[in-house]
Design a protein around this ligand. Structure first.
Ligand code: PBG
Length: 331
């Protein structure tokens, strides 16, 4: 009997050998933790579809921030639940808006913790869309108007930077949002604040639990006229290309799990740091299976996050961040 010439198993025999040849390292430095900040006082409400994730009011936020800082996670992504909503999303860009207040507080408590501000209007508009509603005079149909939305998104980004946000992360999928926001930030004196663009954001069913968490479900229609069709890959390159040309400092693919090919494609094509958003339903599915005792949560989460890095992500936005940080410390 001939011996196998190549024995792949030689490099798999011991834990030390495996770690020596390991190609991908998941680190706490890679993780960004999303927070849902709500108006009101003394609120800490668990999101029913996202066990372990809470809507928290600012007076109770300090404890959350202390926990993040203690975990070693270095960045949080802020979403706001305002007291009032209107057609233009005024609460997104007022000086004492919920995200602006939270940003100021966090920068005071933990100056080194990076605050990433999600720049969108859907949590702040009464219709729940990410841009302005415009009625087509010919058909009377409601559409999401691109260019009038840009003005409001620029105001939002500038007010977030004024409050102290370290990174602006526009998630609205309007055309030209990166250049509009870049110009707005530069004009206001925030030329050093980077833009993490949600470049490739699909119209995904995996955002369901988030819309409960952020109370941002569209009140009519859907987001398919601005977010991407899940069937398209080459279009993702066109989206990323325009963001790069418009000056995006970081690119994002969202969701992550069903779009690993897109993460890999962008990684091969562009040198900007790449972010994967491990979205709400990806989290909820793991939590539900774990609660049923069907999977080993820790192993599944670490395998998933490692897979996203292996696909090409440099950073991962994930609701598992604090747990993953603890598991990576071996606790
Ligand atoms: C806002 C926004 C959404 C998410 C992040 N920013 C929701 C949406 O587009 O409907 C989804 C995040 C998640 O599901 O975890 N536009």
């Amino acid at each position: 009997m001939a011996f196998p010439i190549t024995r792949h198993r030689r490099l798999r025999r011991t834990a030390a050998m495996r770690s020596l040849v390991r190609e991908t390292q998941l680190s706490v430095d890679d993780l960004i933790y999303p927070l849902f900040i709500t108006h009101g006082t003394n609120v800490k409400t668990e999101i029913s579809s996202m066990p372990g994730v809470y809507q928290v009011s600012i007076d109770l936020l300090k404890a959350e921030i202390d926990a993040v800082a203690a975990s070693g996670v270095k960045a949080v992504l802020l979403f706001g639940l305002p007291a009032t909503k209107d057609a233009v999303g005024t609460s997104a860009f007022v000086e004492d808006g919920i995200v602006q207040q939270a940003t100021r507080a966090i920068k005071e408590w933990a100056p080194d913790l990076l605050v990433v501000a999600d720049t969108c209007l859907c949590e702040f508009t009464d219709h729940g869309h990410c841009g302005m509603i415009h009625h087509d005079p010919r058909t009377g149909n409601a559409e999401i108007d691109n260019d009038s939305s840009l003005e409001l998104l620029v105001k939002t980004a500038v007010s977030q930077a004024q409050a102290g946000a370290d990174i602006i992360a526009p998630s609205n999928m309007m055309d030209g949002f990166v250049s509009a926001i870049r110009e707005g930030l530069d004009t206001a004196g925030f030329e050093m604040v980077p833009i993490m663009s949600y470049s490739v954001k699909y119209a995904s069913a995996f955002y369901g639990p988030f819309r409960e968490a952020a109370q941002s479900a569209p009140q009519f229609g859907d987001r398919k006229s601005y977010q991407m069709d899940p069937a398209n890959a080459r279009e993702a390159l066109r989206e990323a290309e325009s963001d790069v040309l418009e000056g995006a400092d970081m690119l994002m693919v969202k969701p992550a799990l069903a779009y690993m090919d897109i993460i890999r494609m962008l990684k091969e094509q562009y040198d900007q740091p790449l972010v994967a958003y491990n979205v709400s339903a990806e989290y909820s599915m793991v939590k539900a299976a774990a609660a049923n005792g069907w999977i080993d949560e820790r192993a599944v989460v670490l395998e998933t996050l490692t897979g996203m890095k292996r696909a090409g992500a440099d950073m991962i936005i994930t609701y598992h961040a604090l747990d993953a940080a603890r598991w990576l410390r071996g606790q």
